[in-house]
Design a protein around this ligand. Sequence first.
Ligand code: ISL
Ligand code: CA
Length: 548
Amino acid sequence: MNRTWWKEAVIYQIYPRSFMDSNGDGIGDLPGIISQLDYLVYLGVDVLWLSPIFQSPNDDNGYDISDYRQILPEYGTMADFERLLHEAHQCGLKVLLDIVVNHTSDEHPWFVHSRSSKDNPYRNFYFWQPTPPNNWQSFFGGSAWQHDPLTDEYYLHLFSRKQPDLNWENPQVRREIFRTMRFWLDKGVDGFRLDVIPLISKRTDWPNGDANDLMRTICEVYANGPHVHEYLQEMHREVFAHYDALALGEGIGISPKNCLDYVGQDRHELHLLYHFDHMFLNFGPGGRFDPIQWQLTDFKAIFHRWDQAIGQQGWINIVLDNHDFPRMVSRFGDDGAYHQASAKLLATLLLTMRGTPCIYQGSELGMTNATWHSLDELRDIEAHNAWKAWQQQGGTLDAFLQAAAVNGRDNARTPMQWSDAHAAGFTTGTPWIKVHENYPTLNAQKALADSDSIFHYYRHLLALRKSHPTLIYGDYLPLRAHDAQLFAYERADADGHYLVLLNFSSTPCEVADLVPAEYRWLLGNYPMPPDARDELRPWEARLLEIAS
Ligand code: ISL
Ligand code: CA
């Protein structure tokens, strides 16, 4: 296992729109991020992943790019970006940009030209068909083929209608994308988070998907197309091979079976990826707005399966929430009676599992899902499209808002809660999306002042990771695989041996048989018990160093 900076680093994802507003327009911006770099350094993270900051009509909040070389004016100027990059580097932080290369905005000049006529030189930058050639559905509902009256043909969009898919079979597309990447890497950017990268190679024989099984369709029809590895290896040759830059893939549709095809260290494609198996665990047949119960045993099996698949040949990004999923403490923890204990327990999983962890903004405070009282509180295109379908099927608004409160993406996009001041100190104006009503008691200012806060627990655990490399490179050895309340595992290598005990329940849990006589207490989310063999209390996490 070769050792390298991006395996030892901890990533912090910033959703710029909701992180910090510096000019009172209610929209987070780059100067706002600069003003909080000290907070991030104090927390102890190493790499910032910025969700897209490029010119965009914001149909999907920046994941619909209309100019890859302009900063979204609402976020600031190119000078602001260069200052952010410089200041971040000055305080030892690396910066990854989130680049969306599977599709552009329909307002990108390439698409404006492409749709203007069938013989326009940009026509083949996208996929056009005289009639829809298959039953593909958009991730955001409805057909993935949109009729365009200008040339009376249909174009492909796996996401919103305003996000037409780029045709990577066209070498001009690849050349333009690689030039864009080098433009930003030449400015000193430290790498990219590559949005939905497994989707870039389309099956142009246009096979149908399985209308009743979106997951299977994603894996077998949308993702892992016939040329995806050629394109990624070309991307490596043309771009990444020339920089010490990170390629972090959003691994939608990748499975344990084929993950090393993407992140095998001999593949020269991606350095690491995050997957979705546990993130889709409570998505029912109807997707995220059809939430179902999930089982801890399935959750644990997913981590085990992936760790075995990655083995010593690849690497993985460990994620428990991000801007596309509900807040992890509400989803995998208990944001009621055991809010603080379960948030710290999840932090322990996130930061001691084998792989490079990513902390999503606000999770270090234990930010929770919100309650949504009306449709116009929701900002997410995916939610608004889903409501239209829900209504057509006779569903009620109340039931939809309840489903959105469980799995909606807006839960992760409420503004960062800095203090108990107006709008949680996020803005002096009116925020673009509502602030969670719990901000007077759940905010960074309060957390920093409370040595027992979730924030300080993250900070201590981040420091522990750095001083105990076995927590980074050690083997992952699962215990009690079939236990429905305990998530327990060891991390071990020649340098050390650790035991992680996580009680994912509100009932006590016996662990005496797992704890050896010789151990050293490293960290826990409860006061240290007289004996680490004592049963775990509700949502208790224990990190022990055990004599190897
Ligand atoms: O919303 C989802 C489907 O229910 C997520 O699976 C998400 O769309 C998918 O993970 C891809 O996400 C990425 O691409 C999307 C963008 O909306 C997401 O924010 C981005 O993370 C299209 O660019
Ligand atoms: Ca602003």
